[in-house]
Design a protein around this ligand. Structure first.
Ligand code: HEC
Ligand code: HEC
Length: 343
């Protein structure tokens, strides 16, 4: 369904709605947010391969659980993931509970509490751990993986393994995963073809002002839910309240796959609005902005041959520049023997 976009740019600038459902519906109806000229010259981009869809996507709902302590624990886990800022955020009253260093929610990225297919879903994730992770070059548990997001995406510190909160999040992810048939796709986000050129933050700025600015703001700081309270209607994409430079979202390829399949809010992996080029360019634009810095990133990927091509910090096993690792072109790096282990 496509509506003519007449004066959409001006209309776009006037949106002041606090209902994100209304804003995203309007954006999707007009086809391309505020005007169709994404400006990336993406005409000859090869289409992304269609993800192999192997099964109906489940919609597990904790409300259906039998009353009792298990249900209470799963519901607590869900609350922690959807409203992380209210329980474990940087500004919670009990300073001991400030495990996150920002006021994001896990579901700022793991959409719909981790239930959205290819929206970094948690469905099926419980069964995928323990797994061998390149970042540490060792087998990591689900608990350790969650703490990886606390230390990076949430710019905070690890939760004790046996804390009530960690156990509740594990229970929730476990509950979601029970609904997943073995081998089901829909975790992470569908991969994109690598570009022949480098991702371009200048073109990305245009994509951003066309498709993203209305919610995330020209300054990238998003919009709070309620003035003076933690939590976001639209999360910040850079600056002190965002993920740090060691987060997965700070890798341009990884961010582009998430953005293409899920942004502007309301799109799904099978109805993207951005071209792959636009997704790469806007990811580059977001990731050239200032954000919190994680110390000792050089300790990540101790086996350098397992370092993802787009890891935005040295050292590398090859002699390609930091710039090329960050923005591409990546094909020649990949061809030179680097893996692209994403997890
Ligand atoms: C800024 C975005 C962001 C936030 C916020 C975030 N994560 Fe993540 N998370 C990611 C990315 C990116 C990945 C890697 C996904 C991939 O490689 O496909 C990931 C991976 C994970 C995984 C492994 C998923 C898999 O498929 O193997 C778990 C579990 C996880 N995160 C839990 C959490 C929890 C719990 C929180 C909140 C405390 C959280 N994350 C907050 C971005 C985020
Ligand atoms: C209609 C409003 C809207 C638009 C337009 C929109 N987003 Fe978002 N975006 C959101 C919301 C809301 C979330 C958090 C998900 C949630 O809370 O359900 C989010 C999350 C994100 C995240 C992960 C969270 C984080 O803190 O980093 C990224 C990255 C992102 N958006 C990038 C973009 C990009 C790039 C565009 C433009 C192509 C865009 N968004 C357009 C509403 C929007």
């Amino acid at each position: 369904m496509r509506f003519p976009v007449i004066g959409a740019h001006n209309a776009c600038m006037k949106f002041q709605s606090t209902s994100r459902t209304i804003v995203s519906a309007l954006l999707l109806l007009t086809g391309a947010a505020c005007g169709n000229d994404g400006g990336s010259g993406a005409a000859d981009t090869p289409a992304a391969p269609e993800p192999a869809v192997t099964a109906i996507w489940p919609e597990p709902d904790p409300a259906t659980l039998a009353e009792g302590p298990h249900k209470q624990q799963v519901l607590y886990g869900e609350a922690l993931i959807r409203e992380t800022y209210a329980y474990l955020g940087a500004d919670v009253a009990d300073t001991e509970m400030r495990f996150a260093g920002n006021n994001l929610a896990c579901s700022s990225c793991h959409l719909d509490g981790g239930r959205q297919r290819y929206g970094l879903s948690y469905i099926g994730v419980a069964d995928a751990y323990p797994r061998d992770m390149a970042r540490e070059n060792e087998v990591r548990t689900l608990t350790q993986r969650i703490n990886g997001c606390f230390e990076r995406s949430m710019n905070g510190r690890a939760l004790p393994v046996d804390s009530k909160e960690m156990e509740a999040m594990i229970a929730y992810i476990g509950f979601l995963s029970e609904a997943a048939p073995a081998g089901m796709d829909g975790r992470g986000a569908p991969s994109l073809p690598l570009l022949d050129r480098a991702a371009d933050p200048i073109l990305g700025a245009e994509v951003y002002s066309t498709h993203c600015v209305i919610c995330h703001g020209a300054d990238g700081q998003g919009k709070v839910l309620e003035e003076g309270q933690p939590g976001y209607l639209y999360p910040p994409l850079w600056g002190p309240g965002s993920f740090n430079n060691g987060a997965g979202m700070h890798r341009v390829i990884k961010a582009a796959t998430f953005i293409r399949a899920n942004m502007p809010l309301g799109v799904t992996y099978d109805s993207p609005v951005l071209t792959p080029e636009e997704a790469y360019d806007v990811a580059a634009y977001i990731n050239v902005q200032a954000r919190p810095e994680k110390s000792h990133l050089e300790r990540d990927y101790p086996d350098r041959t397992r370092k993802p091509v787009d890891a935005p910090f040295p050292p590398y096993a090859d002699s390609f520049t930091l710039e090329q690792h960050k923005f591409g072109p990546w094909k020649e790096i990949a061809a030179a023997g680097k893996t692209q282990d994403n997890k």
